[in-house]
Design a protein around this ligand. Structure first.
Ligand code: G3H
Ligand code: 13P
Ligand code: ZN
Length: 285
């Protein structure tokens, strides 16, 4: 069933677990996510980045995700990941997304507040939840690159002011993770997560979570992370499976076989994350 991002996150916040937010770019990924969610009885978020929307088109992504959500027995929210463009955010809302992220983290605090507040007012008027980002998460997503030296951790006092003035529903915080594959092991600032959670008492979001060790993920969840974004680990599962299939079957030419073989491997990765996040068995009616 399709649900609002706010309801999904509220349940996770009140029951101390994290919902997996998995990036979708094509039909096979949508299917892998929904099958993993059904199998583990997990609430789930399907999210599309600006790059994903450029690749597949907002209508294709929205319709695929809505069909999957409508037919699922578990609660599903459809979310825009790292939105930076007002018009695109409106298009997502018009196409049935139940949650959006406005990422104005590249601006200074006052400008970030101004942009985020505007989106929150509009989205809330039509029942759509809003995630924002404060601090700068390192690494690259399609349209945004933050050098590791420019990544800045979220300041707890600024976060309190930010949430108070913007009215956002959940906040992405920079605490040591980065988008894309890690070179070494990521070191999370757990104390910072705790301080921010105590001050804000709203659902917190961890980006760049692929490759973060299980122990760190579990600790972050226990301290108040309620949404965990995963993209790179799905991409790895997909590309490894396709590469293996093509190497073993060099004469293959049926796209259903070449791409379809990756669905099961992606599903396994996603189901394992759901277990790690504590969302298994948390599907509500
Ligand atoms: O937040 C980052 C996601 O990995 C999205 O990546 O912009 O290349 O789709 P993308
Ligand atoms: P990873 O690609 O590191 O999993 O990060 C995903 C993400 O944060 C999407 O917003
Ligand atoms: Zn992200």
């Amino acid at each position: 069933m399709l649900v609002s991002g706010k309801d999904l996150m509220k349940h996770a916040h009140e029951n101390n677990y994290a919902v997996g937010a998995f990036n979708v770019n094509n039909m096979e990924i949508v299917q892998a996510i929904i099958e993993a969610a059904e199998e583990t009885q997990s609430p789930v978020i399907m999210q599309a980045s600006q790059g994903g929307l450029k690749y597949a088109g907002v209508e294709y992504i929205a319709e695929m995700a809505k069909i999957a959500a409508k037919n699922a027995s578990v609660p599903v929210a459809i979310h825009l990941d790292h939105g930076t463009d007002f018009v695109q955010i409106m298009q997502c809302i018009r196409n049935g997304f139940t949650s959006v992220m406005i990422d104005a983290s590249k601006h200074d605090l006052d400008k970030n507040i101004e942009i985020t507040k505007n989106i929150a007012e509009i989205a809330h008027a039509v029942g759509v939840s809003v995630e924002a980002e404060l601090g700068k998460i390192g690494g690259t997503e399609d349209d945004i690159t933050v050098d590791d030296k420019d990544a800045t951790f979220t300041d707890p006092d600024e976060a309190a002011r930010f949430v108070n003035e913007t009215g956002v529903d959940f906040l992405a915080i920079a605490v040591g993770t980065a988008h894309g594959p890690y070179k070494g092991e990521p070191k999370l600032d757990f104390d910072r997560i705790k301080v921010i959670k105590d001050k804000l008492n709203i659902p917190l979001v961890l980006h760049g979570s692929s490759g973060v060790p299980e122990e760190s993920i579990k600790k972050a969840v226990s301290l108040g992370i309620n949404k965990i974004n995963i993209d790179t680990d799905i991409r790895m599962a997909f590309s490894n499976a396709v590469r293996k299939f093509v190497n073993e079957n060099p004469d293959a030419y049926d796209p259903r076989k070449i791409v379809g073989c990756a669905r099961e491997d992606m599903k396994k990765v996603i189901a394992d994350k759901m277990r790690m996040f504590g969302s298994t068995g948390k599907a509500w009616k």
